[in-house]
Design a protein around this ligand. Structure first.
Ligand code: MLC
Ligand code: AMP
Length: 525
């Protein structure tokens, strides 16, 4: 469970603000404000309640809920007790969520009755090992489910969990991420990785106690979770939390709640720009901000320029990955160069190599390898996959990049056409292909990402039918079937937005499907 020395220095740093923050505002959510003292006390009660129900250090507890106070309190409670926090993407449907619950061996799951996630859990039904369900929110907890009050209310031993239990090498979270293969894998991130990497990154960005972070990124991925929550805790900042992103609400937080920092995926900046076009008055409040950052997908240089014209801010773009956390960033003080992700974060090294693994000259494209102080410990329970991801001590990102003469790195794309990034979510083309291939009418299917100005990429599918196409009506039927099976089996953002029926898929001489040709020849992009 723990690796190396038994230091607790990083865990201690993560909890310093809770220990010492007192009455300062730690969190604002849905119009309510919580001090550091409040978060300290409620997360201690929650940790004590976990112990009472027999959940211990090293056990996994899944959280399947939109961002809210309870999600944050449970995260802190898990950290205190050394229980591994397993967030699940709230857009996931039955099979996707079931896979994470089973793969992580979760002993408990936290959710909100009446929510979409509650119906998904109902559909999944009982699972061996998943002994407890914990509910929060206004709706009453169903029979057999532990209500939130029982986890955080009432008396508790005030000394319990005042010192967090885990060591720095312990796994803090399992963040599930897709790869080129179908099923998602859990990246095990230790306290050491989270604290070392996040503090290096955010010190560079001059995060400070006075900052108020407008946080609308989901807390089930590392962008919102690692930089957002850990960054804010390490600097004792205030989090202005939204359950989901809404451009008008972000603008309001800058105008009325004193927000100073915003982090987003590029799609959120497109939405903010649309909002500013409709409400030009909002730009004034954004102009007063201290910092805007972008990551998780390429920020088009044109959006960088439009945002600067509207607000005077040059968005600071950085690059990262669930498995390695954040490895490249533009400088805070120096030139933030559009279309680039800057330089290695302190504690990280980056190489750009050719197919033989040799460093390429400046300006030449190559695959990006990284060594990171935020490197995951393993893919949970998947030793072979963990091994394959590393080459001579370097993590193989699968991304292609080049550096310029000043050392700024530019991300050019990915090695694999089977990985799609849409709105900042990573999507496995294979997973969608497997779902569509189950339709009796479909003989073959290839899923690709099409370039898109709002989403970065949009999911599209080229389909070969078992019977030759008879009429246009059939095309509509196929679309309806695809839509229906996706609605049952896949998160909404994975549904193909364009479907084309083709006589055959383009292949090379060896019979391998050529996806780049599908993008051009079938979809005309
Ligand atoms: C929503 N939709 C998407 C989508 N999100 N379509 C494609 N890609 C997406 N990412 C679709 C829905 O299916 C729906 O379609 C329609 O958009 C409206 O849904 P919504 O729920 O109202 O969308 P919205 O809330 O506006 O969501 C957009 C978004 C969201 C950008 C806020 O996608 C998001 O939170 N993305 C952030 C992902 C993230 O945090 N990534 C970090 C990974 S970590 P329809 O047809 O049903 O109407 C990482 C490492 C690193 O990458 O370096 O950071
Ligand atoms: P994830 O697996 O969801 O953590 O996504 C990581 C991937 O997101 C990386 O491997 C990149 O492909 C992509 N990514 C992250 N940040 C950037 C960026 N600034 N520019 C381009 N791609 C990015």
């Amino acid at each position: 469970m723990s690796s190396g020395t038994s230091s607790r220095a990083r865990v201690g740093r993560l909890f310093a603000a809770l220990r010492e923050g007192g009455a300062r505002e730690a969190l604002r959510f849905a119009g309510r404000s919580f001090s550091y003292e409040d978060l300290d006390a409620s997360s201690r009660r929650y940790a004590a309640a976990l112990a009472r129900i027999g959940i211990r250090r090293g056990d996994r507890v899944a959280v399947f809920a939109e961002s809210c106070t309870e999600v944050l309190v449970s995260l802190l409670g898990h950290y205190r007790s050394g229980v591994i926090h397993v967030p699940i993407n709230t857009r996931y449907r039955g099979e996707e969520a079931r896979h994470i619950l089973v793969d992580s061996g979760a002993r408990a799951v936290l959710f909100e009755p009446g929510s979409e996630q509650a119906s998904v859990l109902d559909g999944i039904g009982p699972l061996p090992g998943l002994e407890r369900r914990i509910a929060f929110g206004a709706a009453p907890a169903p029979d057999g489910v532990i209500p939130w009050d029982a986890m955080t209310g009432g008396d508790f031993d005030s000394a319990a969990f005042s010192s967090p239990v885990p060591e720095d090498g312990d796994t803090a979270v399992l963040v599930y991420t897709s790869g080129t293969t179908g099923k998602s894998k859990g990246a095990a991130l230790s306290f050491r990785a989270l604290v070392d990497n996040t503090s290096a990154l955010t010190q560079g960005w001059e995060f400070a106690r006075e900052d108020r972070l407008a946080l609308a990124l989901p807390l089930f991925h590392v962008h919102g979770l690692a930089i957002g929550v850990h960054g804010a805790l390490l600097h004792g900042m205030t989090i202005l939390l939204s359950s989901r992103f809404d451009a008008a609400e972000i603008a309001r937080e800058f105008a009325e709640d004193g927000a100073t920092v915003f982090m987003g995926v590029p799609t959120m900046y497109v939405r903010l720009l649309e909002h500013l076009a409709a409400q030009p008055g909002a730009a004034k409040a954004l102009a007063r901000a201290r910092l805007f950052t972008s990551g998780s997908a390429p920020l088009p240089a044109a959006d960088f320029v439009r945002f600067e014209q509207a607000t005077g801010h040059r968005i600071l773009e950085r690059y990262g990955m669930t498995e390695t956390l954040f490895t490249l960033t533009n400088p805070y003080a120096g030139e933030r160069r559009p279309g680039t992700v800057g330089f290695p974060v302190e504690g990280c090294s980056v190489r750009i190599v050719d197919e033989a693994g040799r460093d390429v000259p400046v300006g030449e494209p190559g695959e990006i390898l990284v060594q990171s102080n935020g490197q995951m410990t393993e893919y949970w329970g998947r030793e072979a996959d963990t091994g394959v991801a590393s080459r001579d001590g370097w993590f193989v990102t699968g991304d292609v990049g080049q550096s310029d003469k000043d050392g700024y790195v530019r991300i050019l794309g990915r090695q694999s056409v089977d990985v799609i990034k849409s709105g900042g979510f990573k999507i496995s083309a294979r997973e969608i292909e497997d779902v569509l291939a189950a339709l009796p009418r479909i003989r073959e299917v290839a899923v690709v990402g099409l370039p898109d100005p709002v989403w970065g990429e949009r999911v599209a599918a080229a389909v070969v039918l078992r019977d030759p196409l008879e009429s246009g009506a059939l095309e509509a039927e196929v679309e309806a079937e695809v839509e229906a099976i996706c609605a049952r089996a896949l998160a909404d953002y994975k549904r193909p937005r364009e479907i084309r029926i083709v006589a055959e898929l383009p292949r090379n001489a060896l019979g391998k499907v050529q996806k780049h040709r599908i993008v051009g020849e079938v979809f005309g992009r």
